[in-house]
Design a protein around this ligand. Structure first.
Ligand SMILES: Nc1ncnc2c1ncn2[C@@H]1O[C@H](COP(=O)(O)OP(=O)(O)OP(=O)(O)O)[C@@H](O)[C@H]1O
Ligand SMILES: [Mg+2]
Length: 468
């Protein structure tokens, strides 16, 4: 075998075949076929054919027919069609059907040389792009999620490890911390990426409506059910079902949900037929679901089913290191959307954004940057462009000598935990330096971090292995 690119010449006219073979054989490994069928047989036996040069008009299957077969069965082969002078329309049709280009007879050999070289190059590029795309997806299925803080890195790790499995995932975090974004990333990185991602906002619907939304209903199941309707469990078949605000599901529906999770089977409302569904469930909540279980508002067995793997998204004020990156990302996005050119933020502006507490988390930061972009005429956003409420809030608590206003709320243990996470974050996850700054020993810090982790994890679930 030579390393020359392989060219297949298809023409019913022997003179043309021989002529092309002579013209091309110096640089290429040339094969010839006198019909479409012969060409397909060669392609089946030699999948590494780089370029096919085919006559358009041939007895039997013509060039267009052959082109369609080659595109379907041998997409790695680039096709160039040869046509008699005057049948340009057919040649245009061929391009529409995916031919790389066409040449009119009599063939100009210089032109042929150039075209073949170009076709091979473009094919190689295409191959490269395809591989890159696959690699990118594997690496950056999370590219929408911005963050470098230790907390977010941990989240990325869990996503990467969990996505390819079928395990249920429970995402907990305050409003605007990116729960839906994480759910989508898990779907995209999973084997179900080609299937649907179906979201249900459980808090928005009354129990009756939620039930029919999830399970669907038969015609006449209740007043207003004028036709049969598929529920989200059915629609999400083969994909991922995202149950948002799962804490708000009525106990009567919690029981039914549990059964679907256990058996992957259910009946439509008012129906008898048992329907099977292949779904992966990701749930999200901004409540302390464990606390709901303790209070009897959420079934414990359902909690364990949902919480096989848990992901905790910390509030933005516990990962202030991510704020500049996030702000930059949103700046670019809104500049593009609004046709504006703004280079970035001044140090003062970033200082203010970093010092603010962001009770609305990333969503609030996003909205703030949007407002700043829309209202500003400067080519760099400065402290003056930061909305007054944020400037004032920051001024207010820096007068009290506080670095972050979060330290004002929550129990003492909460406050300690937040302080520790904030200092750790500030020191880029370096425990020795963080312990020093906190005035505690490295061992104490280590123990506290372990306690926090243990509080979060759940001995009875298999998520344990995934987390470590
Ligand atoms: N790490 C992040 N990187 C980039 N954008 C983010 C990040 N986290 C959140 N966002 C953006 O912030 C907004 C809110 O995110 P999302 O809707 O995922 O939050 P949520 O936790 O589901 O909020 P809620 O509880 O209110 O439903 C979205 O516009 C999202 O794109
Ligand atoms: Mg959400």
């Amino acid at each position: 075998m030579s390393d020359k690119p392989v060219i297949l010449v298809v023409d019913d006219d022997k003179n043309t075949r021989d002529g092309l073979q002579r013209a091309l054989q110096r640089h290429y490994d040339v094969k010839t076929a006198e019909s479409a069928d012969a060409a397909l047989a060669i392609l089946d036996a030699t999948p590494e054919v780089d370029v096919m040069l085919s006559d358009l008009r041939m007895p039997g299957t013509d060039g267009l027919g052959l082109l369609r077969r080659v595109n379907a069965q041998h997409p790695q082969t680039v096709s160039i069609l040869l046509t008699a002078y005057g049948s340009v329309e057919t040649a245009v049709e061929a391009m529409k059907q995916g031919a790389y280009d066409f040449l009119t007879k009599p063939i100009n050999l210089d032109h042929l040389d150039m075209l073949v070289a170009r076709a091979i190059k473009s094919r190689d590029l295409e191959k490269k792009v395809e591989t890159l795309e696959v690699q990118l997806n594997e690496k950056f299925g999370m590219e929408n999620i911005v963050g470098e803080s230790p907390a977010m890195r941990q989240v990325f790790d869990i996503i990467q490890q969990t996505a390819p499995t079928q395990a249920s995932v429970l995402i907990q975090g305050a409003s605007g911390t990116g729960k839906e974004l994480v759910a989508q990333a898990i779907h995209r990185l999973s084997t179900r990426a080609k299937g649907p991602f179906v979201a249900v906002h459980c808090a928005a619907l009354s129990p009756t409506l939620l039930e029919s939304e999830l399970f669907g209903h038969e015609k006449g199941a209740f007043t207003g059910a004028t036709a049969q309707r598929k529920g989200r469990f059915e629609i999400a078949d083969g994909g991922t079902l995202f149950l948002d605000e799962v804490s708000e599901i009525d106990p009567s529906i919690q029981v039914k949900l549990l059964r679907v999770l256990e058996e992957r089977a259910f009946e439509r409302v008012g129906g008898e037929e048992t329907i099977r569904t292949d779904i992966r469930v990701i749930a999200a909540t901004n409540r302390d679901l464990r606390d709901y279980v303790r209070q009897g508002k959420f079934r414990e067995d359902l909690f364990f089913r949902l919480n096989v793997v848990d992901i905790l998204l910390p509030p933005l004020c516990e990962r202030t290191g991510d704020i500049p990156m996030l702000a930059d990302r949103f700046l670019k996005e809104y500049c593009e959307r609004n046709g504006k050119r703004i280079e970035g933020f001044t140090t003062d502006a970033i200082g203010l954004l970093t010092a603010y507490a962001w009770p609305g988390n990333v969503r609030e930061l996003r909205n703030t940057v949007e407002k700043m972009v829309v209202l500003s005429r400067a080519d760099r956003l400065s402290a003056r462009d930061v909305p007054p409420n944020i400037r004032e809030a920051v001024k207010g608590h820096s007068a009290l000598g506080l670095r972050t206003p979060v330290l004002m709320s929550g129990s003492l243990a909460d406050t300690e935990r937040r302080k520790i996470m904030a200092v750790l974050e500030k020191n880029g996850g370096n425990r020795t330096r963080a312990a020093e700054e906190l005035g505690i020993s490295r061992r104490t810090l280590h123990r506290k971090l372990r306690d926090y982790r243990d509080e979060q994890s759940d001995e009875e679930t298999t998520g344990e292995e995934l987390k470590e």
